[in-house]
Write a protein that binds this ligand. Structure first.
Ligand SMILES: *Cc1c(COP(=O)(O)O)cnc(C)c1O
Length: 355
């Protein structure tokens, strides 16, 4: 594979004030691009000025949604260095998404080199404010100019980057969630375990409806019985129940989150029993109402940990943890963010230094 070619912008942008910029709205000066053609493989890795991508209206991604993405962050440490959190996990998950969507896999070494090089080129864009970071969004789109359903022969892989402020500018606070009984996010054999845009398109209606009712996220149930809990919005979900941690097992519909995996590893390291299993909405609501449910939270790269303070189902609301942040929820948040921002030890060697 060739070296990454770099073409620097002649018109660098002013850096926005990090405080108050909405997530994912301000992009850096450069982006990484890599092309694919059948017979030739992936070629021409390059970092070029950030700007529009030109595609024919017939490009397959517009019609058949052959698209996948990833999300990770670059963090500035107190010493001024920059690091990534478990990027090899994102690379492995992208490979799994590629396989599901019939997209040729991106060579792992090149993918990691591209992440590091882009962050290095954009190092001045990695914010130093507390809890701020540079969000990285790798994605692949099918580019064949062909309105006809088949596996595309051409692809574009890109990485764009945007500085993001703290997810909790006012401090971490519990959210209200609504159990969605009608729409489903995924079914076994579908694309629920792949990080593909199509899953999100299908989730918008429920998210909109929940928003109108004053809920910030949807709690998804399984598509067969509408009974087993799967995820909360675009996060995995965990419950502290009778002293143990319970989280839905990865049985083919739940997205295998890297924050989820990291929480499980931390929790087991602290001596907790973590059960990856099916958990029904009946069991959950009974546990809330009997007081057995001690804590509930979502896990994902954007928010890291999102405490759940209220769950609504079938017209009834159920308060969780007295609408307070649970002790373990807070400990997981502090530990993970400490590792990610380099303010706490990294006992598992999860961070990868960029510069
Ligand atoms: C990305 C994502 C998650 C969280 O994954 P992380 O690797 O922890 O960021 C959870 N659920 C869905 C549906 C996702 O797309």
């Amino acid at each position: 594979m060739e070296n990454i070619r770099i073409e620097l912008t002649k018109t660098p942008k002013a850096k926005p004030e990090i405080k108050g910029i909405p997530f994912g709205t301000h992009f850096t000066d450069h982006m990484f691009l890599l092309d694919y053609e059948k017979g030739r493989g992936w070629f021409d890795p390059r970092i070029v000025p950030y700007g529009p991508i030109s595609l024919p209206p017939s490009a397959m991604v517009f019609h058949y949604a052959q698209e996948i993405f990833e999300g990770l962050k670059a963090y500035r440490t107190p010493a001024g260095g920059i690091q990534l959190f478990r990027p090899e996990e994102n690379i492995a998950r992208m490979a799994a998404s590629c396989e599901r969507l019939c997209i040729p896999e991106i060579p792992a070494e090149l993918f990691l080199a591209a992440l590091k090089k882009l962050v290095e080129v954009e190092r001045d864009w990695v914010p130093a404010e507390p809890s701020a970071s540079l969000y990285l969004r790798p994605f692949v789109i099918a580019t064949d100019p062909h309105v006809g359903v088949h596996v595309s022969h051409g692809y574009l892989f890109a990485i764009i980057a945007c500085p993001v402020g703290s997810y909790y500018p006012e401090g971490m606070s519990p959210v209200k969630i609504l159990i969605e009984a009608e729409d489903v996010r995924a079914v076994r054999g579908g694309t629920g375990t792949a990080k593909c845009g199509g899953n999100y398109a299908a989730s918008l209606r429920a998210q909109e409806r929940a928003g109108e009712l004053g809920y910030s996220q949807v709690l998804w149930l399984d598509g067969v019985h509408r009974e087993y809990i799967e995820e909360v919005g675009a996060m995995n979900v965990m419950f502290k129940l009778g002293g143990k941690i319970v989280t839905p097992a990865l049985l083919g519909t739940v997205l295998p989150g890297i924050t989820r995996k990291s929480c499980i590893e931390l929790l087991r390291g602290w001596g907790y029993v973590v059960e990856e299993r099916e958990i029904s909405v009946t069991e959950l609501l009974l546990a809330i109402d009997s007081g057995d449910l001690e804590e509930a939270f979502g896990t994902g790269t954007a928010a890291v940990i999102s405490p759940i303070g209220e769950i609504a189902y079938a017209g009834k609301t159920h308060e969780v943890s007295g609408f307070q942040i649970g002790e373990l929820t807070q400990k997981l948040y502090d530990t993970l963010t400490g590792i990610q921002w380099g303010t706490a030890p990294d006992p598992y060697g999860w961070c990868v230094r960029v510069c």
